[in-house]
Design a protein around this ligand. Structure first.
Ligand code: ATP
Ligand code: MG
Length: 576
Protein backbone atom coordinates (compact mmCIF):
# COMPACT_ATOMS: atom_id res chain seq x y z
CA UNK A 1 0.00 0.00 0.00
CA UNK A 2 1.23 3.46 -0.89
CA UNK A 3 0.71 6.30 1.58
CA UNK A 4 0.15 8.74 -1.30
CA UNK A 5 -2.98 6.77 -2.23
CA UNK A 6 -4.15 6.33 1.37
CA UNK A 7 -6.20 8.38 3.81
CA UNK A 8 -3.74 9.15 6.56
CA UNK A 9 -4.93 12.08 8.66
CA UNK A 10 -2.35 12.01 11.44
CA UNK A 11 -2.51 14.81 14.01
CA UNK A 12 0.14 16.49 16.14
CA UNK A 13 -2.31 17.73 18.75
CA UNK A 14 -4.26 15.62 21.19
CA UNK A 15 -8.04 15.78 20.80
CA UNK A 16 -9.52 17.91 23.57
CA UNK A 17 -11.99 15.30 24.82
CA UNK A 18 -9.52 12.41 25.04
CA UNK A 19 -8.40 11.59 28.57
CA UNK A 20 -6.72 8.23 27.98
CA UNK A 21 -3.77 7.23 25.79
CA UNK A 22 -5.65 4.85 23.53
CA UNK A 23 -8.30 7.43 22.70
CA UNK A 24 -5.68 10.13 22.01
CA UNK A 25 -3.52 7.86 19.89
CA UNK A 26 -6.34 6.30 17.88
CA UNK A 27 -7.34 9.76 16.74
CA UNK A 28 -3.82 11.13 16.31
CA UNK A 29 -2.59 8.09 14.36
CA UNK A 30 -5.53 8.37 11.97
CA UNK A 31 -7.15 5.10 13.03
CA UNK A 32 -10.53 6.50 13.99
CA UNK A 33 -12.55 9.71 14.24
CA UNK A 34 -15.39 10.62 16.49
CA UNK A 35 -18.91 10.75 15.10
CA UNK A 36 -20.76 11.69 18.30
CA UNK A 37 -20.98 10.51 21.91
CA UNK A 38 -19.89 6.86 22.00
CA UNK A 39 -19.87 6.54 18.18
CA UNK A 40 -16.72 6.28 16.07
CA UNK A 41 -15.79 6.18 12.40
CA UNK A 42 -13.08 3.64 11.66
CA UNK A 43 -10.59 4.76 9.03
CA UNK A 44 -8.78 2.23 6.81
CA UNK A 45 -5.74 1.90 9.07
CA UNK A 46 -7.87 1.37 12.20
CA UNK A 47 -10.16 -1.02 10.39
CA UNK A 48 -7.17 -3.15 9.41
CA UNK A 49 -6.33 -3.65 13.08
CA UNK A 50 -9.93 -4.40 13.97
CA UNK A 51 -10.20 -6.96 11.17
CA UNK A 52 -6.96 -8.64 12.25
CA UNK A 53 -8.28 -9.04 15.79
CA UNK A 54 -11.54 -10.41 14.41
CA UNK A 55 -9.59 -12.89 12.30
CA UNK A 56 -7.56 -14.10 15.30
CA UNK A 57 -10.78 -14.54 17.27
CA UNK A 58 -12.37 -16.38 14.32
CA UNK A 59 -9.40 -18.74 13.91
CA UNK A 60 -9.32 -19.63 17.59
CA UNK A 61 -13.11 -20.10 17.76
CA UNK A 62 -12.98 -22.36 14.69
CA UNK A 63 -10.06 -24.25 16.24
CA UNK A 64 -12.23 -25.33 19.19
CA UNK A 65 -15.03 -26.36 16.87
CA UNK A 66 -17.30 -23.35 17.29
CA UNK A 67 -19.40 -22.53 14.21
CA UNK A 68 -19.79 -19.01 12.89
CA UNK A 69 -23.26 -17.50 12.44
CA UNK A 70 -24.66 -14.13 11.49
CA UNK A 71 -27.84 -13.00 13.23
CA UNK A 72 -29.88 -9.82 12.68
CA UNK A 73 -28.98 -6.78 14.72
CA UNK A 74 -32.69 -6.04 15.19
CA UNK A 75 -34.14 -8.36 17.79
CA UNK A 76 -37.95 -8.55 18.21
CA UNK A 77 -39.32 -7.57 21.60
CA UNK A 78 -41.08 -10.99 21.79
CA UNK A 79 -37.71 -12.66 22.29
CA UNK A 80 -36.96 -10.40 25.22
CA UNK A 81 -40.45 -10.77 26.68
CA UNK A 82 -39.93 -14.51 26.64
CA UNK A 83 -36.76 -14.32 28.73
CA UNK A 84 -38.12 -11.57 30.97
CA UNK A 85 -35.39 -9.15 29.93
CA UNK A 86 -37.58 -6.63 28.04
CA UNK A 87 -38.24 -5.01 31.40
CA UNK A 88 -35.07 -6.15 33.19
CA UNK A 89 -32.60 -4.64 30.71
CA UNK A 90 -33.31 -1.01 31.47
CA UNK A 91 -32.26 1.98 29.42
CA UNK A 92 -29.00 0.49 28.15
CA UNK A 93 -31.05 -1.36 25.56
CA UNK A 94 -31.81 0.70 22.46
CA UNK A 95 -35.48 0.14 21.64
CA UNK A 96 -37.11 1.05 18.37
CA UNK A 97 -40.38 0.53 16.49
CA UNK A 98 -40.92 -0.32 12.87
CA UNK A 99 -43.61 1.12 10.56
CA UNK A 100 -46.08 -1.47 11.84
CA UNK A 101 -45.53 -0.30 15.38
CA UNK A 102 -43.70 -3.51 16.31
CA UNK A 103 -40.98 -3.14 18.94
CA UNK A 104 -37.39 -4.24 18.59
CA UNK A 105 -34.11 -3.82 20.40
CA UNK A 106 -30.77 -3.23 18.73
CA UNK A 107 -29.02 -6.34 20.04
CA UNK A 108 -26.86 -5.61 23.10
CA UNK A 109 -26.19 -9.39 23.33
CA UNK A 110 -27.86 -12.41 21.67
CA UNK A 111 -28.81 -15.13 24.18
CA UNK A 112 -32.47 -14.73 23.22
CA UNK A 113 -31.85 -14.77 19.47
CA UNK A 114 -29.68 -17.87 19.60
CA UNK A 115 -32.22 -19.45 21.97
CA UNK A 116 -35.04 -18.79 19.52
CA UNK A 117 -32.94 -20.06 16.61
CA UNK A 118 -31.81 -23.24 18.33
CA UNK A 119 -35.02 -24.43 19.94
CA UNK A 120 -36.25 -26.16 16.76
CA UNK A 121 -32.75 -27.22 15.66
CA UNK A 122 -31.84 -29.40 18.64
CA UNK A 123 -33.75 -32.65 19.05
CA UNK A 124 -31.53 -35.34 20.45
CA UNK A 125 -28.58 -35.64 22.81
CA UNK A 126 -26.70 -36.72 19.68
CA UNK A 127 -26.93 -33.13 18.39
CA UNK A 128 -24.92 -31.91 21.38
CA UNK A 129 -22.82 -30.16 22.47
CA UNK A 130 -23.21 -27.14 20.22
CA UNK A 131 -20.81 -24.20 20.20
CA UNK A 132 -21.75 -21.21 18.08
CA UNK A 133 -20.53 -17.65 17.66
CA UNK A 134 -20.80 -14.48 15.66
CA UNK A 135 -18.66 -11.37 15.35
CA UNK A 136 -21.14 -8.59 15.18
CA UNK A 137 -22.00 -5.00 15.99
CA UNK A 138 -23.68 -4.54 19.35
CA UNK A 139 -25.50 -1.54 20.74
CA UNK A 140 -25.68 -0.40 24.34
CA UNK A 141 -26.93 3.03 25.27
CA UNK A 142 -24.25 3.44 27.91
CA UNK A 143 -25.09 6.11 30.45
CA UNK A 144 -21.52 7.40 30.31
CA UNK A 145 -19.73 6.43 27.09
CA UNK A 146 -16.06 7.20 27.67
CA UNK A 147 -12.42 6.45 27.00
CA UNK A 148 -13.03 6.40 23.24
CA UNK A 149 -13.91 2.92 22.03
CA UNK A 150 -13.27 1.33 25.44
CA UNK A 151 -16.82 2.20 26.44
CA UNK A 152 -18.75 3.16 23.34
CA UNK A 153 -22.40 2.78 22.42
CA UNK A 154 -21.82 0.85 19.20
CA UNK A 155 -19.09 -1.76 19.19
CA UNK A 156 -18.12 -5.13 17.78
CA UNK A 157 -18.36 -8.15 20.01
CA UNK A 158 -17.56 -11.76 19.46
CA UNK A 159 -20.39 -13.47 21.26
CA UNK A 160 -20.39 -17.24 21.54
CA UNK A 161 -22.91 -19.59 23.11
CA UNK A 162 -22.86 -23.24 24.00
CA UNK A 163 -25.81 -25.61 24.42
CA UNK A 164 -25.01 -28.60 26.60
CA UNK A 165 -26.84 -31.63 27.95
CA UNK A 166 -25.37 -31.49 31.44
CA UNK A 167 -23.03 -29.66 33.77
CA UNK A 168 -20.06 -31.80 32.77
CA UNK A 169 -20.47 -30.99 29.09
CA UNK A 170 -20.97 -27.29 29.91
CA UNK A 171 -17.74 -27.35 31.86
CA UNK A 172 -15.91 -28.81 28.84
CA UNK A 173 -17.23 -26.06 26.56
CA UNK A 174 -16.37 -23.46 29.20
CA UNK A 175 -12.83 -24.76 29.64
CA UNK A 176 -12.18 -24.90 25.90
CA UNK A 177 -13.31 -21.26 25.62
CA UNK A 178 -11.01 -20.40 28.48
CA UNK A 179 -8.05 -21.90 26.62
CA UNK A 180 -9.08 -20.22 23.34
CA UNK A 181 -9.32 -16.85 25.10
CA UNK A 182 -5.78 -17.21 26.40
CA UNK A 183 -4.53 -17.89 22.87
CA UNK A 184 -6.51 -15.00 21.40
CA UNK A 185 -5.18 -12.46 23.86
CA UNK A 186 -1.63 -13.82 23.56
CA UNK A 187 -1.78 -13.45 19.80
CA UNK A 188 -2.99 -9.86 20.27
CA UNK A 189 -0.01 -9.21 22.54
CA UNK A 190 -2.28 -8.54 25.50
CA UNK A 191 -1.48 -9.74 29.01
CA UNK A 192 -4.75 -10.79 30.65
CA UNK A 193 -5.65 -12.21 34.04
CA UNK A 194 -8.79 -14.36 34.29
CA UNK A 195 -10.58 -13.34 37.46
CA UNK A 196 -13.63 -14.83 39.12
CA UNK A 197 -16.62 -12.65 38.45
CA UNK A 198 -20.07 -12.14 39.84
CA UNK A 199 -22.61 -14.43 38.20
CA UNK A 200 -25.29 -12.65 40.22
CA UNK A 201 -28.82 -12.16 39.07
CA UNK A 202 -28.24 -14.05 35.79
CA UNK A 203 -28.38 -17.17 37.93
CA UNK A 204 -25.27 -18.81 36.49
CA UNK A 205 -22.88 -21.04 38.34
CA UNK A 206 -19.46 -19.76 37.23
CA UNK A 207 -18.09 -16.76 35.45
CA UNK A 208 -14.67 -15.35 34.72
CA UNK A 209 -13.62 -12.04 33.27
CA UNK A 210 -10.43 -11.56 31.30
CA UNK A 211 -8.85 -8.46 32.73
CA UNK A 212 -5.97 -6.28 31.66
CA UNK A 213 -4.28 -4.51 34.54
CA UNK A 214 -4.38 -0.79 33.82
CA UNK A 215 -4.63 2.40 35.87
CA UNK A 216 -7.63 3.46 33.76
CA UNK A 217 -9.51 0.21 34.46
CA UNK A 218 -13.02 0.59 35.84
CA UNK A 219 -12.97 -2.72 37.67
CA UNK A 220 -11.08 -3.49 40.87
CA UNK A 221 -9.26 -6.81 40.94
CA UNK A 222 -8.13 -8.49 44.12
CA UNK A 223 -5.12 -10.70 43.63
CA UNK A 224 -3.28 -13.03 45.98
CA UNK A 225 0.45 -13.25 45.32
CA UNK A 226 0.78 -16.26 47.61
CA UNK A 227 -1.68 -18.69 45.98
CA UNK A 228 -2.66 -17.01 42.69
CA UNK A 229 -6.30 -16.40 43.67
CA UNK A 230 -7.76 -13.59 41.57
CA UNK A 231 -11.22 -12.14 41.51
CA UNK A 232 -13.24 -9.07 40.71
CA UNK A 233 -13.77 -7.19 43.99
CA UNK A 234 -17.52 -7.37 43.25
CA UNK A 235 -17.30 -11.10 43.71
CA UNK A 236 -14.55 -11.51 46.34
CA UNK A 237 -15.81 -12.87 49.67
CA UNK A 238 -14.91 -10.37 52.35
CA UNK A 239 -12.65 -11.81 55.04
CA UNK A 240 -11.24 -9.63 57.77
CA UNK A 241 -8.94 -10.28 60.68
CA UNK A 242 -10.96 -10.62 63.92
CA UNK A 243 -10.75 -7.46 65.99
CA UNK A 244 -9.64 -7.80 69.60
CA UNK A 245 -12.50 -7.08 71.92
CA UNK A 246 -11.46 -4.52 74.59
CA UNK A 247 -10.91 -5.95 78.12
CA UNK A 248 -12.97 -3.20 79.68
CA UNK A 249 -16.08 -2.27 77.76
CA UNK A 250 -16.99 1.40 77.44
CA UNK A 251 -20.12 2.15 79.39
CA UNK A 252 -23.27 2.10 77.27
CA UNK A 253 -24.45 5.67 77.01
CA UNK A 254 -25.86 8.31 74.69
CA UNK A 255 -23.50 10.82 73.08
CA UNK A 256 -24.57 14.13 71.61
CA UNK A 257 -23.24 14.32 68.02
CA UNK A 258 -24.65 17.49 66.45
CA UNK A 259 -25.02 17.19 62.67
CA UNK A 260 -22.70 14.16 62.51
CA UNK A 261 -24.61 12.06 60.02
CA UNK A 262 -21.73 10.23 58.35
CA UNK A 263 -19.39 7.59 59.75
CA UNK A 264 -16.38 9.77 58.92
CA UNK A 265 -17.86 12.76 60.77
CA UNK A 266 -18.92 10.74 63.84
CA UNK A 267 -15.57 8.96 64.12
CA UNK A 268 -13.62 12.18 63.82
CA UNK A 269 -15.88 13.95 66.31
CA UNK A 270 -15.59 11.14 68.89
CA UNK A 271 -11.91 10.43 68.17
CA UNK A 272 -12.49 6.76 67.38
CA UNK A 273 -11.68 4.50 64.41
CA UNK A 274 -14.38 4.02 61.77
CA UNK A 275 -14.24 0.29 62.36
CA UNK A 276 -15.48 0.85 65.93
CA UNK A 277 -18.79 2.08 64.56
CA UNK A 278 -21.70 0.15 63.16
CA UNK A 279 -23.37 1.61 60.12
CA UNK A 280 -26.74 1.11 58.48
CA UNK A 281 -27.56 1.23 54.77
CA UNK A 282 -31.27 1.80 54.08
CA UNK A 283 -32.50 0.52 50.72
CA UNK A 284 -35.65 -0.69 49.06
CA UNK A 285 -36.38 -3.11 46.26
CA UNK A 286 -39.62 -3.37 44.31
CA UNK A 287 -41.08 -5.57 47.03
CA UNK A 288 -39.43 -4.73 50.31
CA UNK A 289 -37.52 -2.28 52.44
CA UNK A 290 -34.04 -3.47 53.36
CA UNK A 291 -31.72 -2.44 56.21
CA UNK A 292 -28.15 -3.68 56.01
CA UNK A 293 -25.81 -3.26 58.97
CA UNK A 294 -22.07 -3.45 58.55
CA UNK A 295 -18.87 -2.32 60.18
CA UNK A 296 -18.50 1.45 59.79
CA UNK A 297 -15.33 1.39 57.69
CA UNK A 298 -16.77 -0.91 54.99
CA UNK A 299 -18.87 -0.42 51.88
CA UNK A 300 -21.93 -2.46 51.04
CA UNK A 301 -21.47 -4.63 47.92
CA UNK A 302 -24.76 -4.31 46.04
CA UNK A 303 -24.00 -7.31 43.82
CA UNK A 304 -23.78 -9.54 46.88
CA UNK A 305 -26.96 -8.05 48.31
CA UNK A 306 -28.90 -8.48 45.07
CA UNK A 307 -27.83 -12.06 44.55
CA UNK A 308 -28.54 -12.97 48.18
CA UNK A 309 -32.06 -11.55 47.95
CA UNK A 310 -32.46 -12.64 44.29
CA UNK A 311 -33.45 -9.15 43.20
CA UNK A 312 -32.36 -7.28 40.08
CA UNK A 313 -32.05 -3.86 41.64
CA UNK A 314 -32.46 -1.68 44.68
CA UNK A 315 -32.43 2.01 45.49
CA UNK A 316 -31.93 4.12 48.61
CA UNK A 317 -34.91 4.62 50.93
CA UNK A 318 -36.19 8.17 51.12
CA UNK A 319 -35.80 10.04 54.41
CA UNK A 320 -39.57 9.71 54.93
CA UNK A 321 -39.36 5.94 54.49
CA UNK A 322 -36.55 5.77 57.04
CA UNK A 323 -38.69 7.73 59.51
CA UNK A 324 -41.62 5.35 58.96
CA UNK A 325 -39.38 2.69 60.53
CA UNK A 326 -39.02 4.78 63.68
CA UNK A 327 -35.48 5.80 62.70
CA UNK A 328 -33.82 9.11 61.89
CA UNK A 329 -31.69 9.36 58.72
CA UNK A 330 -28.01 9.53 59.69
CA UNK A 331 -28.77 8.12 63.15
CA UNK A 332 -30.15 4.65 62.36
CA UNK A 333 -29.76 2.02 65.09
CA UNK A 334 -29.72 -1.80 64.77
CA UNK A 335 -33.11 -3.48 64.58
CA UNK A 336 -34.20 -7.00 65.34
CA UNK A 337 -35.75 -9.00 62.47
CA UNK A 338 -39.37 -7.94 61.89
CA UNK A 339 -42.09 -7.96 59.21
CA UNK A 340 -41.74 -4.32 58.23
CA UNK A 341 -38.28 -4.54 56.75
CA UNK A 342 -35.69 -7.11 55.68
CA UNK A 343 -32.90 -6.93 58.26
CA UNK A 344 -29.41 -8.10 57.29
CA UNK A 345 -26.18 -8.11 59.28
CA UNK A 346 -22.83 -8.31 57.53
CA UNK A 347 -20.30 -10.79 58.85
CA UNK A 348 -17.75 -8.01 59.38
CA UNK A 349 -19.66 -7.31 62.58
CA UNK A 350 -18.72 -9.10 65.79
CA UNK A 351 -21.58 -9.96 68.10
CA UNK A 352 -19.52 -9.31 71.21
CA UNK A 353 -17.87 -6.02 70.21
CA UNK A 354 -18.91 -2.67 71.72
CA UNK A 355 -19.83 -0.43 68.77
CA UNK A 356 -20.89 3.16 68.45
CA UNK A 357 -24.31 3.15 66.80
CA UNK A 358 -26.94 5.64 65.70
CA UNK A 359 -29.18 6.88 68.53
CA UNK A 360 -32.54 6.80 66.65
CA UNK A 361 -32.88 10.51 67.42
CA UNK A 362 -31.55 13.66 65.75
CA UNK A 363 -27.93 14.44 66.74
CA UNK A 364 -27.52 11.39 68.94
CA UNK A 365 -25.28 8.31 68.93
CA UNK A 366 -24.86 5.52 71.48
CA UNK A 367 -21.55 4.02 72.57
CA UNK A 368 -20.88 0.60 74.09
CA UNK A 369 -23.59 -1.17 72.09
CA UNK A 370 -23.05 -4.96 71.99
CA UNK A 371 -25.24 -6.80 69.50
CA UNK A 372 -25.55 -10.09 71.37
CA UNK A 373 -26.67 -8.31 74.54
CA UNK A 374 -29.29 -6.21 72.77
CA UNK A 375 -30.90 -8.44 70.15
CA UNK A 376 -31.93 -11.96 71.15
CA UNK A 377 -32.96 -13.24 67.71
CA UNK A 378 -29.98 -12.05 65.66
CA UNK A 379 -30.12 -13.52 62.15
CA UNK A 380 -27.12 -15.33 60.68
CA UNK A 381 -24.56 -12.79 59.48
CA UNK A 382 -24.16 -12.69 55.68
CA UNK A 383 -21.25 -11.75 53.42
CA UNK A 384 -22.33 -8.35 52.10
CA UNK A 385 -19.30 -6.06 52.32
CA UNK A 386 -17.14 -5.00 49.40
CA UNK A 387 -13.75 -6.68 49.74
CA UNK A 388 -10.70 -4.46 49.41
CA UNK A 389 -6.92 -4.46 49.47
CA UNK A 390 -5.51 -5.95 52.65
CA UNK A 391 -8.50 -8.26 53.24
CA UNK A 392 -7.59 -11.91 53.63
CA UNK A 393 -7.43 -14.27 50.66
CA UNK A 394 -10.42 -16.64 50.81
CA UNK A 395 -8.10 -19.53 49.88
CA UNK A 396 -4.96 -19.01 51.91
CA UNK A 397 -5.47 -16.06 54.28
CA UNK A 398 -2.65 -13.96 52.83
CA UNK A 399 -3.44 -10.27 52.36
CA UNK A 400 -4.96 -9.43 48.96
CA UNK A 401 -3.54 -6.80 46.63
CA UNK A 402 -5.77 -4.51 44.58
CA UNK A 403 -5.25 -3.54 40.92
CA UNK A 404 -7.43 -1.67 38.46
CA UNK A 405 -8.48 -3.69 35.41
CA UNK A 406 -10.15 -3.36 32.02
CA UNK A 407 -12.50 -6.21 31.14
CA UNK A 408 -11.81 -7.41 27.59
CA UNK A 409 -13.61 -10.74 27.71
CA UNK A 410 -16.13 -12.63 29.79
CA UNK A 411 -17.07 -16.31 29.96
CA UNK A 412 -20.17 -17.37 31.79
CA UNK A 413 -22.00 -20.57 32.72
CA UNK A 414 -25.58 -19.42 32.36
CA UNK A 415 -27.39 -22.56 33.51
CA UNK A 416 -31.01 -22.99 32.44
CA UNK A 417 -32.30 -19.42 32.46
CA UNK A 418 -32.65 -19.11 28.67
CA UNK A 419 -33.10 -22.78 27.79
CA UNK A 420 -36.08 -22.89 30.18
CA UNK A 421 -37.50 -19.64 28.86
CA UNK A 422 -37.29 -20.87 25.25
CA UNK A 423 -38.15 -24.49 26.10
CA UNK A 424 -34.91 -25.84 24.59
CA UNK A 425 -35.09 -29.57 25.27
CA UNK A 426 -33.76 -32.73 23.67
CA UNK A 427 -34.35 -36.44 24.21
CA UNK A 428 -31.55 -37.95 26.27
CA UNK A 429 -30.00 -41.46 26.03
CA UNK A 430 -33.09 -42.89 27.78
CA UNK A 431 -35.60 -41.14 25.53
CA UNK A 432 -36.46 -38.66 28.28
CA UNK A 433 -36.93 -34.99 27.58
CA UNK A 434 -34.20 -32.84 29.14
CA UNK A 435 -33.81 -29.07 29.38
CA UNK A 436 -30.36 -28.02 28.22
CA UNK A 437 -27.86 -25.91 30.05
CA UNK A 438 -26.10 -23.02 28.36
CA UNK A 439 -22.93 -20.91 28.40
CA UNK A 440 -22.11 -17.52 26.87
CA UNK A 441 -18.72 -16.13 26.01
CA UNK A 442 -17.95 -12.56 24.90
CA UNK A 443 -14.94 -10.58 23.70
CA UNK A 444 -15.03 -6.86 22.96
CA UNK A 445 -13.11 -6.44 19.71
CA UNK A 446 -12.77 -2.65 19.72
CA UNK A 447 -12.09 -2.60 23.44
CA UNK A 448 -9.34 -5.17 22.87
CA UNK A 449 -7.80 -2.92 20.21
CA UNK A 450 -7.84 0.11 22.50
CA UNK A 451 -6.54 -1.87 25.47
CA UNK A 452 -3.56 -3.04 23.40
CA UNK A 453 -2.77 0.63 22.74
CA UNK A 454 -3.07 1.33 26.48
CA UNK A 455 -0.36 -1.29 27.06
CA UNK A 456 1.75 -0.58 23.97
CA UNK A 457 2.50 3.11 23.77
CA UNK A 458 5.35 5.48 24.54
CA UNK A 459 6.06 9.17 24.06
CA UNK A 460 6.35 8.66 20.29
CA UNK A 461 3.05 6.86 19.82
CA UNK A 462 1.85 3.28 19.45
CA UNK A 463 4.03 0.18 19.08
CA UNK A 464 1.74 -2.53 17.72
CA UNK A 465 2.27 -6.18 18.59
CA UNK A 466 3.06 -7.60 15.16
CA UNK A 467 0.06 -9.96 15.17
CA UNK A 468 -2.43 -7.10 14.92
CA UNK A 469 -0.36 -4.25 13.42
CA UNK A 470 -2.11 -2.48 10.54
CA UNK A 471 0.91 -3.37 8.39
CA UNK A 472 3.87 -5.41 9.61
CA UNK A 473 6.48 -3.34 7.76
CA UNK A 474 6.72 0.25 6.61
CA UNK A 475 9.12 1.48 4.01
CA UNK A 476 10.05 5.11 4.49
CA UNK A 477 11.76 6.53 1.44
CA UNK A 478 13.37 9.94 1.25
CA UNK A 479 14.07 10.65 -2.38
CA UNK A 480 14.92 13.49 -4.71
CA UNK A 481 13.92 13.32 -8.33
CA UNK A 482 12.40 10.67 -10.54
CA UNK A 483 15.34 8.21 -10.48
CA UNK A 484 15.56 8.01 -6.73
CA UNK A 485 11.78 7.60 -6.47
CA UNK A 486 11.98 4.75 -8.99
CA UNK A 487 14.70 3.06 -6.92
CA UNK A 488 12.57 3.32 -3.79
CA UNK A 489 9.65 1.89 -5.74
CA UNK A 490 11.84 -1.08 -6.64
CA UNK A 491 12.38 -1.75 -2.92
CA UNK A 492 8.64 -1.58 -2.38
CA UNK A 493 7.80 -3.88 -5.28
CA UNK A 494 10.39 -6.48 -4.35
CA UNK A 495 9.34 -6.61 -0.69
CA UNK A 496 5.65 -6.68 -1.62
CA UNK A 497 6.21 -9.47 -4.13
CA UNK A 498 8.05 -11.42 -1.48
CA UNK A 499 4.77 -11.43 0.44
CA UNK A 500 5.71 -8.80 3.02
CA UNK A 501 2.73 -6.80 4.31
CA UNK A 502 4.19 -3.42 3.54
CA UNK A 503 3.12 0.20 3.75
CA UNK A 504 5.26 2.51 1.64
CA UNK A 505 5.42 6.12 2.74
CA UNK A 506 6.05 7.62 -0.69
CA UNK A 507 4.49 10.98 0.18
CA UNK A 508 6.16 14.16 -0.90
CA UNK A 509 6.78 15.44 2.64
CA UNK A 510 9.88 15.99 4.79
CA UNK A 511 11.84 13.07 6.31
CA UNK A 512 11.16 14.16 9.91
CA UNK A 513 7.44 14.17 9.25
CA UNK A 514 7.49 10.68 7.74
CA UNK A 515 9.63 9.16 10.49
CA UNK A 516 7.44 10.71 13.21
CA UNK A 517 4.27 9.47 11.53
CA UNK A 518 5.61 5.92 11.27
CA UNK A 519 6.44 5.97 14.98
CA UNK A 520 3.10 7.49 15.92
CA UNK A 521 1.19 4.87 13.91
CA UNK A 522 3.47 2.18 15.32
CA UNK A 523 4.41 -0.13 12.44
CA UNK A 524 6.56 -2.82 14.14
CA UNK A 525 9.31 -2.80 11.48
CA UNK A 526 10.55 0.20 9.50
CA UNK A 527 12.97 0.15 6.60
CA UNK A 528 14.45 3.52 5.74
CA UNK A 529 15.89 4.18 2.30
CA UNK A 530 17.07 7.76 2.14
CA UNK A 531 19.95 10.14 1.62
CA UNK A 532 22.59 7.73 2.98
CA UNK A 533 21.48 4.99 0.61
CA UNK A 534 21.88 7.23 -2.40
CA UNK A 535 25.28 8.44 -1.09
CA UNK A 536 26.91 5.22 0.11
CA UNK A 537 24.39 2.38 -0.09
CA UNK A 538 23.38 2.43 3.60
CA UNK A 539 19.83 1.58 4.70
CA UNK A 540 18.36 0.90 8.14
CA UNK A 541 15.90 -1.37 9.90
CA UNK A 542 14.09 -0.07 12.97
CA UNK A 543 12.41 -2.14 15.68
CA UNK A 544 9.60 0.13 16.90
CA UNK A 545 8.97 -1.74 20.14
CA UNK A 546 12.60 -1.66 21.23
CA UNK A 547 13.11 1.76 19.63
CA UNK A 548 16.33 0.39 18.10
CA UNK A 549 17.68 1.14 14.65
CA UNK A 550 20.30 -0.86 12.82
CA UNK A 551 22.09 0.54 9.76
CA UNK A 552 23.94 -1.56 7.19
CA UNK A 553 25.11 -1.41 3.64
CA UNK A 554 22.54 -2.82 1.28
CA UNK A 555 24.01 -5.74 -0.67
CA UNK A 556 21.05 -7.51 -2.22
CA UNK A 557 17.35 -8.15 -1.65
CA UNK A 558 17.98 -11.64 -0.36
CA UNK A 559 20.05 -10.25 2.51
CA UNK A 560 17.43 -7.58 3.24
CA UNK A 561 14.63 -10.16 3.21
CA UNK A 562 16.57 -12.37 5.61
CA UNK A 563 17.02 -9.45 8.03
CA UNK A 564 13.34 -8.48 7.85
CA UNK A 565 12.22 -12.08 8.24
CA UNK A 566 14.46 -12.62 11.24
CA UNK A 567 13.04 -9.54 13.01
CA UNK A 568 9.50 -10.64 12.07
CA UNK A 569 10.09 -14.05 13.61
CA UNK A 570 11.56 -12.46 16.73
CA UNK A 571 8.49 -10.21 17.11
CA UNK A 572 6.02 -13.04 16.53
CA UNK A 573 8.03 -15.15 19.00
CA UNK A 574 7.39 -12.52 21.68
CA UNK A 575 3.63 -13.12 21.35
CA UNK A 576 3.73 -16.76 22.44
P1 ATP B 1 -18.86 -3.61 31.30
O1 ATP B 1 -18.93 -4.17 32.69
O2 ATP B 1 -17.51 -3.07 30.95
O3 ATP B 1 -19.98 -2.69 30.96
P2 ATP B 1 -20.16 -5.97 30.50
O4 ATP B 1 -19.78 -6.86 31.60
O5 ATP B 1 -21.49 -5.36 30.47
O6 ATP B 1 -19.05 -4.84 30.31
P3 ATP B 1 -20.38 -8.17 28.68
O7 ATP B 1 -21.84 -8.18 28.59
O8 ATP B 1 -19.70 -9.19 29.49
O9 ATP B 1 -19.89 -6.71 29.10
O10 ATP B 1 -19.81 -8.09 27.18
C1 ATP B 1 -18.70 -8.83 26.71
C2 ATP B 1 -17.56 -7.92 26.29
O11 ATP B 1 -18.00 -6.86 25.44
C3 ATP B 1 -16.91 -7.21 27.45
O12 ATP B 1 -15.99 -8.05 28.09
C4 ATP B 1 -16.25 -6.03 26.77
O13 ATP B 1 -15.00 -6.40 26.22
C5 ATP B 1 -17.19 -5.71 25.62
N1 ATP B 1 -18.03 -4.53 25.92
C6 ATP B 1 -19.10 -4.48 26.73
N2 ATP B 1 -19.62 -3.25 26.75
C7 ATP B 1 -18.86 -2.49 25.92
C8 ATP B 1 -18.90 -1.13 25.49
N3 ATP B 1 -19.84 -0.29 25.94
N4 ATP B 1 -17.96 -0.69 24.62
C9 ATP B 1 -17.01 -1.52 24.16
N5 ATP B 1 -16.93 -2.81 24.52
C10 ATP B 1 -17.84 -3.30 25.38
MG1 MG C 1 -18.99 -8.69 31.62
Amino acid sequence: MKASKYILPTEKENPADAVVASHRLMIRAGLARKSSAGLYFYLPLGLKVLKKIEQIVREEMNAIGALEFDLPILTPSDFWEQSGRWSAMGKEMFRIKDRHDLSYALGPTHEESFGFLFKPLLKSYKDLPVNVYQIKTKFRDEIRPRFGVIRSREFVMKDAYSFNLDEESLDESYQSMRVAYRKIFDRCGLKTIPVQADSGSMGGSASEEFMVVSPIGEETLLLCNACGYSSNSEKTPSRLPIETVPKIFPEKKELVTPGKTTIAAVSEFLGIAEKETLKAVALKSEKKKILVYLRGDLELNLHKLHSLLKIADSEPMTDAEVRELGMVPGFIAPMAPNDQVKILYDRSLQKNFPYVIGGKKEDLHVQGYVLEKEISNLPEFADLALAREGDLCPNCNSPLKAEKGIEVGHIFKLGEKYTKAFGIQVLDQNGKSRTLTMGCYGIGVNRTMATVIEQCNDEKGIFWPIGIAPFEVTLVSITKGEDQYKKAEEFYNVLKNEGIEIFWDDRDVGPGFKLKDSELIGFPIRITVGKKFFENGEISIYNRKKDQEESFVFTDYEDLMARVESLRQELFGELE
